[in-house]
Design a protein around this ligand. Structure first.
Ligand code: ADP
Length: 318
């Protein structure tokens, strides 16, 4: 019995030794696992920091890309604008040089006649001085439009607004086309209205608008026809109608007459002088005053151009 007990005790001793070894080994392994877990946690936190940094760099990159494509678009836009301006300058130069040639040739011809006739008969003198005078007017109108357009394109419309009397501006404009009207035997009538018509505007620019409209009305009128100017005023707006009995404007051309360089079929087919600038410039000037310009036209019956201006001056910012 005691042998048996001894054997059992020895067996227990061995077992507990084995357990101790196993327990030590296990706790060693657990410690190692703990250490690995801590190391892994560290790596995970490093990784997530790196991921956050990557995300930030990505966002920075996206911002930079967006910024860059914005700059590329701007550059492209500026390049197109420079090309457009360059094209406009060439077109303007070509148009103006071409349009100057005709009146200058007429002036030169008239002056040659006056110089060679010695002394010129009074009627010859009057006729050729009249021609020279007419054509100087045309040259001045063309250069006026050219300067207006150059300033408009450079964004320097720079209206010089002041109180003015529309009646005076209209009278001065009519005066400018008197000679051309007489040459073409077209009468220009301003229908009676209650003058003065005070309003705020830029008198020189408005004068060039009415000169352009009257010049066209006279130019497109058949010989002996009349051009009528009618003024309507109310406390807020003043409207000027310029009516002619010319060939009218084909319906498909009406929406285009205010485009820059547009010259319609009556002008082209009848070879009338012109640059296709007058109506475009007039529209820009009228709109800069906060006004509106339009046209109603019937083929073979004539056209009426209408300019409406607010009496208080331009829209803010001009
Ligand atoms: P331009 O008279 O120098 O050709 P505008 O800009 O003044 O240029 O006019 C543009 C076009 O509008 C003209 O070529 C013509 O076809 C048309 N137009 C303008 N005014 C009249 C008018 N009173 N009657 C008929 N057509 C007109």
């Amino acid at each position: 019995m005691s042998d048996l007990l001894q054997t059992l005790v020895q067996a227990f001793d061995r077992m507990s030794g084995a357990y101790e070894v196993m327990a030590r080994r296990l706790s060693g392994q657990i410690e190692q696992l703990e250490a690995e877990r801590t190391a892994l946690r560290g790596q995970i936190s490093d990784l997530s920091q790196q991921q956050a940094a990557l995300l930030r760099s990505n966002q920075d990159l996206a911002r930079l890309t967006a910024d860059l494509s914005g700059k590329v678009a701007l550059l492209q836009h500026r390049t197109e604008e420079v090309v457009r301006q360059d094209q406009l300058k060439s077109d303007l130069l070509a148009t103006v040089s071409h349009e100057l040639r005709t009146p200058l040739t007429s002036i030169k011809g008239a002056l040659s006649v006056l110089l060679t006739e010695d002394p010129p008969a009074p009627e010859v003198r009057a006729e050729f001085l009249g021609i020279a005078h007419q054509n100087v007017g045309r040259v001045m109108r063309l250069i006026g439009n050219f300067l207006n357009l150059t300033q408009l394109e450079a964004g320097q419309i720079g209206l010089s607004l002041r109180p003015l009397d529309l009646a005076e501006v209209l009278a001065a404009s009519v005066e400018q086309v008197r000679g051309l009207a007489a040459e073409r035997r077209v009468s220009v009538q301003v229908e009676p209205f209650a003058a003065p018509v005070p309003l705020t505007g830029d008198p020189e620019r408005l004068e060039s608008v009415f000169i352009n409209l009257l010049d066209n009305a006279v130019k497109f009128s058949p010989e002996g026809a009349d051009v009528a100017v009618r003024v309507q005023a109310d406390p807020q707006w003043v409207t000027v109608h310029v009516r002619d009995r010319g060939p009218g404007i084909p319906p498909d051309e009406v929406p285009r007459v205010f485009e820059r360089f547009f010259r319609g079929s009556p002008a082209v087919t009848r070879q009338l002088p012109g640059s296709g600038l007058g109506l475009h410039i007039s529209k820009v000037i009228v709109e800069a005053h906060g006004g509106r310009i339009g046209v109603e036209s019937r083929l073979t019956e004539g056209s009426t151009f209408t300019v409406s201006l607010p009496r208080g001056g331009s829209r803010p910012g001009v």
